[in-house]
Design a protein. Structure first.
Length: 412
């Protein structure tokens, strides 16, 4: 998923969105006699693909009408709707802190013994239980993604570069590109969320996700543990274009498509947008090599979209029928093909040449979850990263990280 974490919308906008979002799918469709099921999901770039699948489902199930709702700042809207006890029938969302919080509130169905999860890859089920800390499974992993380094194959060939496996090799490649007079990286730090594509592989591979439980227990601090992460976050700035804080995600997709950098620190969700801007581009993706031990450099991959059903839904049978439909191999294959994503369903593979370099990581299970999924959403951690990369003060950054973590923890 494009990991956008935006500022809270104004209250009036949230309320207006609520009125447009429906009423928990409880209308029976007086004129048609159909059961209406609301499917609420947060990926703007996936709306068209889901629309195709919904049309296919509705045609095959004339007694049911599924309607997609895809508002801006979907997690904020969802939380507002939860507060008003207006929960959509089916929800598609990332495995984020918001999902964890809502699951702990008992809002979603328990799929622990449901046939819907029987073909889901165990690694992604485990990610959900690790995320929520619950014994029950409150969502069904649907699609997964990867956060790595997108590279321009033509530039790599021109400069005789090979895919780096370690941090030192990575920096050497970046230096060779810089020496050629080109940008090694194209950074889009005007959008604070894009800082996560740098942070996530560094944290998950250098420090590890166990850190967050230890931090919650008060046995470790960011200041004592994160210096290497911080230094490497700053280092990538040396090889990027000018005005990194003046360019946003859309700018980056277009610029990389035009060959304005050799590499792009983003997730696979950016590939369709890049290819729209330049259908002829030859690109690939490799795991971000965070450390100098190649065996420790795992590919960051997580549950991009999970599907769940509200306990309060008056149409659970129809809602689950729609979820089961989406999980059918041909349907999830269509989704991952169009979205350049990966499947959480066993046996459904992503065969696009652009992500062929990631195949080894998926086949070997050399994967690690997104670190920011373990950070409370209330911290707005992406803005902390953005400020740090502007001011470049490591001590102030790590102190603020600890301070903001403690503030959120003390509110609970």
């Amino acid at each position: 998923m494009k990991k956008v974490i935006k500022p809270m919308l104004a209250g009036v906008l949230a309320i207006s969105l609520l009125s447009a979002c429906g009423n928990n799918g409880n209308s029976e469709g007086a004129s048609s006699g159909k059961v209406e099921v609301e499917f609420f999901q947060g990926k703007a770039e996936a709306k068209a693909t889901f629309d195709k699948l919904i049309t296919k489902f509705n045609e095959a199930n004339p007694e049911i009408k599924v309607t997609q709702v895809n508002p801006p700042d979907a997690e904020t809207v969802l939380k507002t709707r939860v507060a008003k006890k207006d929960i959509p029938d089916v929800v598609g969302m990332g495995a984020t802190d918001t999902f964890s919080t809502l699951s702990k509130s008992g809002l979603f169905e328990d799929f622990t013994n449901d046939p819907l999860i029987k073909d889901i890859q165990p690694a992604y089920l485990e990610m959900l239980t690790n995320m929520t800390g619950l014994t029950e499974m409150n969502g069904v992993p649907f699609s997964t993604n990867a956060n790595g380094v997108i590279y321009n194959k033509a530039i790599f060939k021109e400069l005789n570069l090979t895919i780096p496996k370690t941090w030192d090799e990575f920096m050497a490649v970046a230096q060779k590109v810089k020496d050629s007079g080109q940008n090694a990286f194209y950074l889009t730090l005007k959008d604070a969320w894009t800082t996560l594509s740098i942070f996530n592989p560094l944290e998950s591979n250098i420090v590890g996700l166990d850190f967050f439980a230890q931090r919650a227990a008060g046995t470790v601090t960011f200041k004592d543990t994160y210096r290497e992460v911080a230094e490497k976050q700053l280092k990538v700035l040396d090889f990027a274009q000018k005005d990194v804080f003046g360019k946003n995600y859309n700018d980056g997709n277009t610029a990389f498509a035009k060959g304005e950098s050799a590499m792009y620190l983003q997730g696979v969700w950016a590939i369709p947008e890049i290819q729209k801007a330049n259908p002829a581009i030859e690109l690939g993706v490799f795991p971000f090599p965070s450390t100098n031990d190649a065996t420790k450099n795992k590919l960051v991959s997580g549950v991009d979209t999970l599907l769940t059903v509200a306990k309060s839904s008056k149409h659970k049978e129809e809602a689950k029928k729609f979820v089961a439909f989406l999980l059918q191999p041909d349907n999830i294959k269509q989704y991952i093909s169009e979205q350049k994503a990966f499947s959480a369903v066993t046996g459904v593979t992503q065969d696009d040449a652009s992500v062929a370099d990631l195949k080894e990581s998926f086949e070997s299970g050399n994967l690690v979850d997104f670190a920011d999924h373990y950070i409370p959403a209330g911290m707005k951690v992406e803005t902390i990263f953005q400020e740090f990369l502007q001011k470049k003060d490591i001590d102030a950054y790590l102190t603020k990280f600890d301070t903001e973590w403690d503030k959120i923890s003390n509110r609970k």
